[in-house]
Design a protein around this ligand. Structure first.
Ligand code: TXA
Ligand code: MG
Length: 329
């Protein structure tokens, strides 16, 4: 199959709708990462998504809808705070997990009772969702375990020959996947950290928990138990207080005739002037936005990416560190 990349326009959106209504799958931009989109009510489309990614069959998909879609047709909204969250954070990088009403097929949720729903803010994505006016399930458009794509070319690199169309909506601004929040109980629980932080959620709901995973626990968000986000080259991860070790590792790789790159925030990069650097930026937002882009750039030019951790795990850095540990740790 030939895979074409098209700028997102009303014409390419119409083409994408036709493919989706036929049970096909397409690459779709969102404000977080690119998704691999299919009709959530069509088991054949869902099967194609799992196959194209090589995704484990027990990891459910998120349903994406436009901002005027009536969520109550898809899920049970049992907690009053949900309406406040919708008002505060949608459209945007917040996914909420509800009890499903079964409109999205059971294959998409791996037979589970719940459905994760998200309303993306990316304008082109909104146009597509509005045009199709049905729940579109979309995991990140990478091969399973690989780093998530933030440009149409990244999607092409993993999905060429497997899907007919990638809608190009530019580089994703958010850069890491949405926050996944369980809203089935009286206190919301973060299952996957992202750009909508615990502090932001608490400011609306008063309370918010973070799901902690220990071995043996029932995993509530199946995706978090898998290896994830890994670039194709070797990696290492050090703390901000281990810069001597970062330098030693860099020199060791070089002495073996291989190419090291240090991936870090700008304030650390300034200390390694003259070395090969993948600079992530200054602010937490910038760093999140650049993380996957730099990992995917790094895997092409480096033999080893030596990453330096963030100064803390607060706010957006919680989501950044969660990805950094899985990709480079
Ligand atoms: O930003 C995003 O969320 C991107 C874009 C494309 O929207 N999508 C994305 O999908 O990251 P994916 O499939 O790569 O990750 C979905 C995560 C997984 O960790 C999965 O286990 C969790 O959401 N999830 C999906 N449905 C769930 C459910 N019903 N209950 C708990 N966790 C769920
Ligand atoms: Mg993913």
């Amino acid at each position: 199959m030939e895979t074409v990349i098209k700028q997102i326009t009303s014409e390419s959106v119409a083409t994408a709708c036709k493919i989706l209504l036929d049970g096909g799958i397409v690459g779709m931009p969102t404000e977080t990462v690119y998704g691999l989109a299919g009709d959530g009510t069509n088991p054949d489309a869902v099967k194609r998504i799992f196959e194209a990614k090589g995704r484990p069959s027990d990891n459910p998909l998120i349903a994406h809808v436009h901002k005027d879609y009536d969520l109550s047709t898809l899920v049970q909204i049992n907690q009053p705070y949900v309406y406040d969250l919708i008002k505060a954070f949608t459209p945007g990088p917040l996914t909420m997990v509800f009890i499903s009403k079964g409109v999205v097929c059971s294959q998409a949720v791996c037979g589970g009772e719940t459905l994760a729903v998200r309303i993306p803010s990316h304008q082109g994505c909104q146009e597509l969702l509005r045009a199709i006016n049905r729940p579109i399930v979309a995991p990140s458009a990478n091969l399973s375990k690989h780093t998530s794509p933030v440009t149409a070319m990244h999607v092409y690199d993993d999905m060429k020959g497997k899907i007919p169309l990638i809608l190009d909506g530019g580089k994703c601004q958010g850069g890491i996947e949405s926050t996944v929040l369980d809203v089935t109980e009286s206190v919301p629980r973060i299952l996957r950290a992202g750009l909508v932080t615990k502090e932001m959620i608490e400011s609306v709901t008063g309370r918010c928990e973070i799901a902690m995973h220990r071995d043996g626990d029932k995993v509530r968000s199946p995706g978090v138990k898998y290896k994830h986000y890994r670039p194709k080259c070797e990696t290492a991860l050090y703390g901000e207080d281990q810069l001597d070790q970062v330098y030693a590792h860099y020199e060791k790789v070089k002495s073996q005739g291989k190419t090291p790159y240090i991936m870090c925030a700008d304030h650390i990069a300034n200390k390694f002037d003259g070395l090969n650097l993948l600079r992530l930026g200054k602010t937490a937002e910038e760093i999140a936005s650049n993380l996957y882009d730099k990992l995917l750039e790094g895997e092409k030019i480096a033999d080893v990416i030596i990453a330096v951790a963030m100064p803390n795990e607060e706010g957006i850095f919680l989501g950044v560190m969660n990805r950094l540990k899985k990709s480079c740790g």
